[in-house]
Design a protein around this ligand. Structure first.
Ligand SMILES: C[S@@+](CC[C@H](N)C(=O)[O-])C[C@H]1O[C@@H](n2cnc3c(N)ncnc32)[C@H](O)[C@@H]1O
Length: 439
């Protein structure tokens, strides 16, 4: 006997008068029927509801409660539509809570719980406010299909959200569209506040990487006061906004070809009160009409931003050059140790980007960025070879685009995150300056 039409996410409870609660609780505990994962709740009419566990001979038990356990009491079986997790349950890890709630719900529907179902549960997810974004490989077993759409309501109730979506593979078409399917809810718009900046976007149409947060913080602290920047892969503004709000950039030209990301970027610029210092260039950045204006260019695309290097060189100022922030996934080979060697001068020469350089490069034409702390901690030889080849290619491109002689200098190789086994997402800060004409 269960209350009619049990709602997804609801729990069954026995409701009685407050003065009988202690006796009811003791009896239910003794019968191992008390649901310790949810809080006892006061109902609007004054009765108290004790959450109980699934299937049991409730008709007989209710009679026993009324007649033997607490004579004179009344009781009914009811549902708590929005059960509140108990203190004990709040201490339980969310993945465990999800498993327990789903198992209870699945068994309540007469479906046998199996190891297959359990291993098919998600182990990781992202929370975007009231939207839960599940990882790709979960809930793929056929049995789940028959339990939709209530399944998603149960998942939402177990983890305390209103909407559920599941990610697929990030598309390789350049828009980095995440192929997210909305499973519960009527829209995918979410909002984040990060380092004092508000971002809103539709998770089903624009990518978001929590792993890039350290790079956003780094960008926010760069000395960009008064500078003109070009963000070649602006997305919803993850780098454009910190450049404008925190780093003091005078103006940002933000390039983006995904219309959904460009729309979110426009909203985000307005939300943060910096729309008057940014121009969105909608379309393919390889066809960008700008040239000779930028003090700094951000190339935030992985696995590689190489297709954008000619445009980056073209927009750099011909008279003064500037800094490029080049993102790239770099593969390295496993080895026992990749720590920098000791302190001999020779070894320092081999690991130039591992040294702290707190003094300015006086007299060589390089900028204040050259004086920043240059420390990559555990830079790997593959990172350095990639940086060296980028440096050489960029010099050639600059000379081709602007004419004259140019010099480039690796300021910093910054590991953003580990992207995959042996693949690191790096940012190379490359300083590019025209060489003064001699004679
Ligand atoms: C990795 S995402 C974005 C962004 C942001 N930098 C971040 O890390 O969150 C790269 C963005 O560049 C855009 N994009 C890729 N190739 C492009 C191109 N050729 N022209 C303009 N936008 C491009 C994609 O649509 C996507 O929004």
């Amino acid at each position: 006997m269960e209350p009619e039409g049990r709602k997804p996410g609801a729990v069954v409870a026995v409701a009685t008068e407050p003065r009988f609660v202690q006796r009811y609780r003791a009896f239910l505990e003794q019968q191992q029927l008390l649901d310790g994962q949810h809080r006892v709740e006061k109902l609007p009419g004054g009765a108290v509801a004790l959450p109980v566990l699934g299937e049991a001979p409730w008709e007989r038990l209710l009679l026993e409660l009324r007649t033997r356990v607490a004579p004179g009491s009344t009781c009914v079986l009811t549902q708590l539509l929005h059960p509140v997790p108990s203190k004990k349950a709040r201490g339980c890890p969310p993945a465990q809570r999800l498993c327990r709630e789903l198992r209870r719900w699945v068994e309540g529907r007469g479906v046998a719980w199996s190891a297959d179902l359990e291993t098919d549960l998600p182990r990781s997810w992202q929370r975007h406010g009231d939207l839960l974004l599940l990882s790709e490989g979960c809930f793929r077993a056929k049995q789940w299909k028959d339990l939709e759409p209530e399944l998603w309501e149960t998942v939402a109730a177990a983890l305390g959200v209103q909407r559920v979506a599941r990610r697929g593979r990030v598309s390789r078409d350049g828009t980095r569209t995440p192929a997210v399917t909305l499973l519960l809810g009527d829209h995918g718009w979410v909002e984040h506040v990060d380092n004092g900046i508000r971002y809103t976007f539709d998770v089903t149409r624009c990518m978001f990487s929590f792993g890039n947060i350290p790079e956003k913080l780094r960008v926010a602290s760069l000395p960009c006061a008064g500078e003109v920047l070009v963000d070649l892969y602006a997305g919803i503004g993850y780098f454009t906004l910190p450049f404008l709000v925190h780093a003091g950039a005078a103006f940002v030209h933000a390039c983006e070809w995904n219309p959904h990301a460009a729309a979110a970027l426009k909203t985000n610029l307005e939300l943060n009160g910096v729309a008057d210092r940014c121009q969105i260039h909608f379309g393919d950045n390889r066809k960008l009409k700008l040239s000779n204006i930028a003090d700094r260019v951000n190339l935030g695309l992985i696995p590689s931003s190489e297709a954008g290097w000619p445009a980056a060189c073209q927009v750099l100022r011909q008279d003064a050059g500037g800094i490029l922030h080049i993102h790239q996934n770099v593969e390295s080979f496993p080895r026992k140790t990749c720590q920098p060697p000791g302190n001999s001068g020779v070894e320092e020469e081999q690991w130039p980007y591992l040294q702290q350089m707190n003094t300015k490069h006086g007299g060589n034409g390089m900028s204040r960025d050259s004086g920043r702390k240059i420390l990559a901690g555990t830079a790997k030889p593959e990172w350095q070879s990639w940086a060296e080849s980028a440096k050489t290619r960029i010099v050639a491109l600059l000379q081709q685009v602007h004419g004259g002689l140019w010099k480039t200098q690796v300021l910093h190789i910054h590991p953003v995150k580990s992207y995959a086994p042996h693949v690191d997402h790096l940012v190379l800060d490359l300083e590019c300056r025209p060489c003064p004409l001699v004679g």
